[in-house]
Design a protein around this ligand. Structure first.
Ligand code: ATP
Ligand code: ATP
Ligand code: MG
Ligand code: MG
Ligand code: MG
Ligand code: MG
Length: 269
């Protein structure tokens, strides 16, 4: 604190590089559970997708968004969540490597954060990508990050894991045999194994697993009746309509144009 005497080691502070994110750019923060496959094993997660874990992740991300209203969109799948902060945010002074200190942990949301994200990230050591530090993350950059997570991580991994665990759970293969079987296979081959051997059409698998979870703010008109009483009048019920912002979850494609055309306000140019 300011009244604390500066030690002779104070000069070290000057070696900290300036990691202030460029002004007027989006800031993308991605949290990914460290060594989470171990955690999943220890807690006997359902394979390939444990819905309790996904639900808990989403619940936490929702609370984080509710607390930090500068987050315009969040995208999560597997053990990760990406948060995109609006261009003009001044949160955490736009520092890319903001340390989580007891001081910053005092809000209730960070408590939720602590109970979920931190155990699997910080305490087990965090992997945290902060984009746009000294770099421009334009609307295009933010879109590209989200699309990249949905295709290369969510889609590619989920297709692979679905076939892998089907071969093990229904095909009776060992994990080593399933690995062998899938070596060098392309997406089309994997779809074919599912379809011809197990009568599974991958397209019909759950959207939550295929597309991950996208959280955005949505405006909703809410009408409530209020009991009011004016002087010299009878008490009566009056409808009052208010616009409320709520975090809404979607499990859809965010790579193509459709989603962005339907929600043009999320990321501005
Ligand atoms: P105090 O210790 O009372 O908060 P201080 O003058 O020692 O006051 P610090 O809070 O230590 O200041 O912060 C010094 C610099 O580091 C500031 O420029 C601030 O932007 C930055 N900073 C503050 N908190 C964090 C944090 N948690 N992670 C990263 N940088 C931070
Ligand atoms: P790293 O520390 O490098 O991130 P990791 O073990 O966390 O290593 P990831 O690539 O992040 O590896 O993958 C997370 C792993 O956690 C997945 O491979 C999967 O085994 C497991 N996992 C994550 N979420 C779930 C879930 N909802 N259901 C089942 N398994 C999950
Ligand atoms: Mg200090
Ligand atoms: Mg301070
Ligand atoms: Mg991980
Ligand atoms: Mg991961």
């Amino acid at each position: 604190s300011s009244n604390m005497a500066k030690s002779k080691f104070e000069y070290v502070r000057n070696f900290e590089t300036d990691d202030t994110c460029l002004r007027n750019c989006y800031i993308v923060v991605r949290l990914d559970g460290r060594n989470f496959h171990k955690f999943a094993e220890q807690h006997k997660f359902t394979k390939p997708n444990d819905n309790r874990a996904l639900g808990l992740m989403t619940q936490c991300a929702r609370s984080v968004m509710g607390e930090l209203e500068d987050i315009v969109i969040a995208y999560g799948q597997s053990d990760e969540f990406s948060f995109v902060f609006k261009r003009t945010t001044t949160l955490f002074k736009r520092r890319a490597r903001y340390r989580v200190t007891p001081h910053t942990c005092s809000s209730p949301v960070v408590e939720v954060y602590l109970t979920f994200f931190l155990p699997l990230s910080l305490l087990a050591a965090t992997l945290m990508d902060v984009w746009s530090c000294k770099r421009t993350v334009s609307r295009y950059g933010a879109l590209t990050h989200l699309a990249f997570r949905q295709t290369d991580e969510c889609h590619v991994n989920n297709l692979h894991n679905t076939v892998f665990w089907t071969l093990v759970q229904r095909g009776g293969l060992t994990t080593t045999q399933a690995d062998e079987r899938l070596k060098g296979t392309l997406a089309a081959d994997k779809n074919e194994i599912l379809f011809s051997e197990f009568d599974i059409n991958y397209n019909n698998e759950s959207a939550l697993h295929k597309k991950g979870t996208t959280l955005i703010w949505e405006k909703r008109d809410e009408t409530v009746t209020k009991r009011t009483k004016l002087p010299n009048e009878e008490e009566k019920d009056v409808p009052v309509t208010r616009t409320r912002r709520r975090v809404q979850a979607h499990h859809c494609d965010i790579i193509g144009d459709q989603f962005w055309e339907e929600h043009p306000d999320i990321l501005e140019d």
